[in-house]
Design a protein around this ligand. Structure first.
Ligand SMILES: Cc1cc2nc3c(=O)[nH]c(=O)nc-3n(C[C@H](O)[C@H](O)[C@H](O)COP(=O)(O)OP(=O)(O)OC[C@H]3O[C@@H](n4cnc5c(N)ncnc54)[C@H](O)[C@@H]3O)c2cc1C
Length: 496
């Protein structure tokens, strides 16, 4: 019997454990132990259900285009729970001063699909509109300057990539807040190849992103493919994925509140050393045939440094922190609210850290976005009630992480009130801090990951999974983790 250690019980680690449980059930002679530092599985994926509200503490959905999360939900018997974003209400606002201005309809991130809405939008200056009109005419030189797929070393920042197509204003007022909402980072340091792979491929093929997108939409119309919803989730929240996977994993294979501190090669085995967080007198030291490390970047760097000193240099060097504050209002209270129709708003960030003005001013600067949850998805709030979710992040987040829950709720209240008008006391409020949770894929990321993977392949029976490598979204993480678990089982099991 071969024994695999999975370190870290976020969506990546739990997906790997679930996959091994399936292999076990199919008769594979494999055992596994999932070590999780906290009392709860799921990591950043967590759903709180209270008084008819479904409160997502981390991710609220997956991108419907990528099918692996949906496949997993169907496999787990959750097909009837899959719901979609209410795209007929899809509208996102950008904060400008104290006001919210609607982004033009039909945008795919910063790329327009409807000329009229861009040309009439008050969001863009005449210069930005001209830059949009010019982009299709620059298809030939843009194609000539496209990032070459065969050279992972050729990369540029997201800002440079967007600048080449649409100029400075679109890069800073549109692309920057859109991507800060997903990656929490500065687009001047994020890698275009790692963060915008679909647009990078489109540039290679068409030069112009506008022409590339138009052609793709035309092809879909001609093939009779109806427009698909952008986001999917589960009626009772994404926590359902974790709960269902957990129900398939033998209880004896899950070890909660164990923090793994070290892995070391001892003869033909990997020794996992750690500490019980319930009983500090109980050190953990167990031997395994293989390791799947599903820990956050900093922990992975610490675990791998004694094995290969170069590996920590190849991992993302920075990770951004996020704070989520959810505020729920009853149907009665909602009658007094003036929430615009749409999915929410984004707040463009200033890149410099500015600590003037005390904690309220810092919170205002750290506010990245707000989701109007009850409008984005059905079943998130009782009829007529309103659920708002504020996201704080960026360079000012560390100052907020130290604040207590009551302070953060009151700061969210004030920060959102600036754009939405004075808000009453919420009937439910919830705070989650996610320090160093999103690794920043800096320019050159994919080249470093290629080297990292080649070096890890030289270490016997170790694989790395999680959000530091080839995508931070749930579908990519589920796909990579399940594959890695299958491949690891195949690699260590005797060929029958
Ligand atoms: C606020 C927010 C919103 C997001 N929204 C979306 C979204 O809508 N859609 C989407 O697709 N993605 C979204 N993401 C990204 C996505 O949620 C994450 O990339 C993903 O959940 C990370 O999963 P993971 O398993 O790699 O890591 P984590 O969830 O971070 O799990 C790592 C686990 O390892 C454990 N651990 C750490 N150290 C040790 C140790 N020494 N020993 C044992 N265990 C340890 C931790 O306790 C944790 O449980 C969002 C992220 C954030 C922060």
């Amino acid at each position: 019997m071969k024994h695999i250690a999975i370190i870290g019980g976020g969506i990546a680690g739990v997906s790997a454990a679930y996959e091994l449980a399936l292999q076990q059930r199919a008769g594979a002679p494999v055992e596994f132990t999932l070590f999780e530092a906290s009392p709860r599985l799921g990591g950043i994926v967590e759903t709180v259900r209270q008084d008819g509200f479904v409160l997502e503490c981390g991710p609220d959905s997956w991108v419907a285009e990528k099918h692996w999360a949906r496949d997993l939900a169907v496999e787990l018997g959750l097909e009837n729970e899959i719901i979609f974003s209410q795209d007929d209400r899809r509208r996102t606002y950008l904060a400008e001063g104290d006001t919210l201005k609607a982004m033009p309809d039909g945008m795919r991130m910063m790329v327009p699909t409807q000329w009229a809405s861009v040309l009439h939008s008050p969001l863009f200056s005449r210069q930005a509109k001209l830059a949009y009109l010019r982009e299709p005419k620059l298809a030939v030189p843009l194609k000539a300057s496209a990032l070459d797929a065969s050279h992972p070393a050729r990369d540029e920042s997201v800002r440079d990539f967007v600048f080449r197509h649409f100029g400075e204003e679109v890069a800073d007022t549109m692309a920057a807040p859109l991507l800060a909402g997903v990656f929490g980072g500065d687009i001047a340091t994020l890698s275009a190849r790692a963060v915008l792979p679909a647009f990078v491929a489109m540039e290679r093929e068409h030069g112009s992103l506008i022409l590339g997108l138009q052609e793709r939409l035309q092809e879909r119309i001609q093939a009779g493919i109806p427009p698909t919803p952008i986001f999917s989730t589960l009626q009772n929240g994404l926590g359902g994925l974790i709960e269902e996977m957990e129900s398939h994993i033998p209880a004896k294979s899950i070890r909660r509140q164990i923090r793994v501190e070290r892995i070391e090669r001892v003869e033909e085995h990997w020794r996992v050393r750690g500490a019980s967080l319930q009983d500090s007198a109980q050190p953990v030291s167990e031997d395994f045939d293989a390791i799947l490390a599903a820990t956050p970047t900093k922990t992975t760097a610490r675990l791998l440094a004694p094995v290969d000193a170069r590996l920590p240099e190849l991992l993302p060097q920075e990770a951004s922190s996020a704070i989520v504050v959810a505020l729920a209002f009853s149907a009665e209270q909602a009658q007094e609210l003036r929430i615009p129709r749409g999915f929410g708003f984004l707040v463009p960030q200033r890149s410099a850290v500015d600590s003037d003005g005390g904690i309220e001013a810092i919170a205002q600067r750290a506010l990245l976005a707000c989701t109007f949850v009850d409008q984005k998805f059905p079943y998130r709030a009782p009829p007529g009630a309103v659920l708002l979710r504020a996201f704080f992040g960026g360079p000012h987040a560390p100052a907020l992480l130290q604040q207590d829950d009551a302070t953060l709720i009151s700061l969210a209240h004030i920060a959102l009130g600036k754009f939405l008008g004075k808000l009453p006391e919420p009937v439910i409020s919830l705070v989650r801090r996610w320090p160093d949770s999103l690794p920043l894929y800096a320019v050159g990321h994919l080249e470093r990951i290629v080297e990292l993977e080649a070096r890890v392949a030289q270490i016997p029976n170790v694989r790395l999974i999680g959000n530091a490598y080839r995508g931070v979204g749930l579908p990519d993480l589920i796909y990579a983790a399940r594959n890695a678990a299958r491949e690891m089982a195949n690699a260590i099991l005797p060929v029958l």
